[in-house]
Write a protein that binds this ligand. Structure first.
Ligand code: CAA
Length: 380
């Protein structure tokens, strides 16, 4: 068993790092303050092949493995976790499902532009009354001739205001419970599709989050993804891969917090020497480094299993649970190492904390990850 990056992985790491430092970092603080979506950056990420990394080149993607995706996500999120989540949702929550369950016509029309970064995607599962308990979908879809009519409300939709195409879960047969949920590909300009108010968030402020209203939204029959009743399975399988993406986003924040702390502790003097000479600081750095590396290995473990087409739901949940906790802890410790300076915008680490917290909530809370892990352990 080798834990070595291939030449291709190293190339992706260098490319992502270079792009993050030169194109994303300079405007990251301003975007956070103004809660501004990085339209130009997302376009350039598309040109680099980062918006459809694992999609086959036949459908406009870069044809890379999940390990490459993890590496790129870490480097991008290290500099700006908002850009990280925009990229993650498009790659793992939208492109993945379209490639796996889409028809050739759907792939030509929707997947290709999404994978090339010409269009942006969003994934709509959560509702005001269906978050962790995702089976409780209230959005309904009724077949009328060659169209479905969708009615309902979706909540917390990442890329919500900026996306072009949306994967929407809706109930087509209530009597079947979660087996009556269907996934639809919905275009923003479909009649009855309404973008709600953009949320004013604690962190990842450069990404947009909003609700989506469906008011007699007319969706052609051919826009069903997979088949009727497959929606919950599609959502769950999609989220398994999504959790690798969010774990990698958290890893980027954890690594950034560690690096900022190492740098600052060598510069800042107290008691006549750099604070890095103090054991109190060294112990913090050691714990941060250990947990960051452990997160990275858990994420690679899940990614390698996914690439080998082995079951990886438990491994992805473990990776997300651990990496998100590490991101929050590292960001908190980074603030402590920086003292008062850590509490103000100038030193970045306060943003790391604000950005880190959401990784313990979206794409399955930490409590949901524990349920996924425990159920796997206890299954017959
Ligand atoms: N992978 C594959 N299949 C899964 C699965 C997984 N991780 N978890 C459940 N399933 C399948 C089960 O096998 C079962 O299918 P069968 O009947 O065919 O066997 C079916 O789903 C129902 O499973 P359960 O009986 O276990 O359902 P449950 O209601 O008890 O629990 C849950 C399901 C695990 C709690 C699930 O609801 C869940 O994961 N909730 C969290 C939802 C979530 O992550 N939301 C994030 C929103 S998306 C987001 O944040 C997007 C964004 O914009 C960033």
């Amino acid at each position: 068993m080798k834990f070595e990056l291939t030449e291709e992985h190293k190339y992706i790491k260098d490319t992502a790092k270079d792009f993050a430092e030169n194109e994303i970092a300079p405007s990251a603080v301003e975007r956070d303050i103004k809660a501004e979506f990085p339209t130009e950056i997302v376009k350039k990420l598309g040109e680099l092949g980062f918006m459809g990394m694992m999609v086959s080149p036949d459908w406009g993607g870069a044809g890379m493995d999940t390990v490459s995706y993890v590496i790129a996500m870490e480097e991008i999120s290290k500099v700006d976790a908002s850009v990280g989540v925009i990229m993650s949702v498009n790659n793992s929550l939208v492109c993945y499902g379209m490639e796996k369950w889409g028809t050739d016509t759907q792939k030509e029309k929707y997947l290709k532009p999404l994978a090339m970064g010409q269009k942006l995607g969003a994934f709509c599962l959560s509702e005001p009354e269906a978050g962790s308990d995702a089976t409780q979908q209230r959005t309904e879809a009724v077949l009328k001739g060659d169209h479905y009519i969708l009615n309902g409300m979706k909540n917390w939709i990442t890329n919500g205001t900026s996306a072009d195409y949306y994967l929407i879960q809706a109930m087509t047969d209530k009597s079947k419970g979660y087996k009556g949920i269907t996934t639809f590909i919905v275009e923003k300009n479909f009649e009855g599709f309404e973008v709600g108010k953009k949320e004013d968030k604690l962190g990842i402020r450069g990404s947009d989050t909003c609700s989506i209203g469906l008011n007699n939204c007319i969706v052609p029959k051919e826009n069903v993804l997979g088949e009727e009743g497959l929606g919950f399975k599609i959502a769950m399988e999609t989220l398994n891969g999504g959790r690798i993406g969010i774990a990698s986003q958290a890893l980027g924040i954890a690594q950034a917090s560690l690096e900022a702390s190492v740098r600052y502790s060598k510069e800042r003097k107290a008691f006549n020497s750099p604070i890095s000479n103090l054991q109190a600081i060294q112990f913090k750095l050691a714990d941060m480094a250990m947990n960051t590396e452990a997160s990275r290995l858990l994420i690679f473990n899940a990614a390698l299993k996914k690439d080998a087409k082995l079951p990886f739901a438990k491994e992805a949940a473990e990776a997300k649970l651990f990496a998100s906790k590490t991101a929050v802890n590292n960001a908190l410790e980074a603030i402590q190492v920086h003292g008062g300076y850590g509490y103000v915008r100038e030193y970045l680490v306060e943003r790391f904390l604000r950005d880190a917290k959401i990784t313990e909530i979206y794409e399955g809370t930490s409590e949901i990850q524990k349920i996924v892990i425990a159920r796997d352990l206890l299954k017959d």
